[in-house]
Design a binder for this molecule. Structure first.
Ligand SMILES: Cc1ncc(COP(=O)(O)O)c(C=O)c1O
Length: 392
């Protein structure tokens, strides 16, 4: 059994989660786990380093083969190595896909709140974001969940709408789209000639339920979908910047590949080697970490319900991110809850505004996102600091 309660001194290694704020601040923000990556990844990196061979590796068939086998095993999804492009990171991939498939002046549909860069990537590439709010409903006295307002989504589509960024499972909402919801989303996109860009980076971090890649719904959906996955969140290796685009439509794939090549982008050797080891040998570790994360999720939901009754929380079925409605907490004029907690609790959480306008710190927003991928005593310490600040 791996113990998830002993972690290295991440600050000494310049891990951004730990170095962005002052030393007395407990970081519970950016989506890194505090846990070391699985031993299989560490071994693969050591072995490769010891070979001394670190030259250009512009294609890496072993990674493509394990991805093909994995998609078959997890979802019965038939893809081929030719369907795969390797891209250095998800945000890079989202930018390249947008640049390749969209034109200046076109729109990108998305459901907010959502992972902040979704909001800015369209404009990076001359397009604009078309954000439609998810609808929150109470699921208990202290909990809430999101669902899609399909009519509102469809109403937001215009002649300019070219792409739909889907975050599945959803960050920060922590929910898994059901097959039925995905089918409805896909039907809307197909009927309106909107290409689906499915960011499925969180698809291995399933605490309850099952993930369906939207591209598996039908061959027609597959032809109009770009699926992006990565081992980076799953095995805690985002510093190695390796992501995988699965594009079964050859025309779309060529356009994206051209952009990636034009920018001179390729995944570095460490990322390729580590990703292959992760997908090949990381499953036992993943199952252990998911058990630990489930315990942390339950601890957080119980703590919020019992100790912070003014706050409402999601009960994430996926991801290690909880999304909290803390708008009932009184904060000084103009201050976001995240800023208040940074100053008074010395805990760094993500400000809700990051997921609506990509305004990282200053925007006044009553929501916060808490990363619970840390040793449980550390989670307890963070939540206790928050409760003390709120009561004070
Ligand atoms: C939905 C989503 N997409 C992309 C990323 C970032 O991926 P990368 O670091 O590979 O750019 C994250 C990181 O938290 C994320 O949550």
């Amino acid at each position: 059994m791996t113990t998830f309660e002993q972690t290295p001194d991440i600050r000494a290694l310049y891990g951004s989660k730990w170095t962005t704020f002052a030393e007395d601040v407990l970081p519970m923000w950016i989506a890194d786990m505090d846990f070391p990556s699985p031993p299989a990844i560490q071994r693969a990196l050591i072995e490769r380093a010891q070979s001394g061979m670190l030259g250009y590796t512009l294609d890496y068939p072993p990674l493509k083969e394990v991805v093909v086998a994995r998609m078959q095993r997890l979802y019965g999804w038939d893809i081929t190595p030719q369907d795969i492009l390797l891209i250095p990171g998800m945000v890079v991939a989202l930018n390249m896909v947008t640049r390749a498939l969209g034109k200046a002046g076109e729109g990108v549909l998305m459901q907010t709140p959502v992972y902040g860069p979704f909001l800015t990537i369209p404009a990076n590439n001359g397009l604009f974001a078309q954000a439609v709010d998810l609808v929150a409903t109470a699921t208990g006295q202290h909990t809430f969940a999101y669902h899609t307002d399909f009519d509102a989504l469809e109403r937001a589509i215009t002649k300019q709408t070219r792409l739909f960024y889907l975050c599945s499972p959803h960050n920060p909402g922590g929910f898994i789209y059901s097959r039925e919801e995905l089918a409805q989303l896909a039907e809307i996109c197909l009927r309106n000639h909107v290409t689906i860009v499915a960011d499925e980076i969180h698809s291995d971090l399933i605490l309850e339920g099952a993930h369906t890649p939207i591209a598996t719904l039908s061959p027609e959906v597959a032809q109009q979908t770009i699926t992006l996955i990565a081992p980076s969140k799953t095995y805690n290796m985002p510093g190695l910047a390796c992501s995988v685009a699965i594009i079964q439509n050859a025309k779309l794939r060529q356009k994206v590949a051209q952009q990636v090549q034009a920018m001179g982008l390729h995944v570095n050797v460490a990322g390729l080697v580590a990703a292959t080891a992760a997908y090949q040998e990381g499953d036992a570790w993943l199952s252990e970490v998911l058990t630990y994360l489930r315990g942390n999720r339950d601890f957080l939901v119980a703590f919020v319900s019992e100790t912070l009754p003014e706050v409402k929380t999601t009960v994430p079925a996926a991801t290690y991110l909880a999304w909290l409605d803390a708008s009932a907490l009184p904060t000084p004029d103009g201050q976001s809850v995240a800023q208040f907690l940074l100053e008074k609790a010395r805990v760094a959480v993500n400000n809700g505004d990051f997921f609506r306008t990509h305004n990282a710190q200053s925007g006044r927003d009553g929501f916060i996102r808490i990363n619970f991928a840390c040793p449980r005593p550390r989670l307890e310490e963070g939540l206790t600091r928050i409760a003390r600040a709120v009561k004070g």
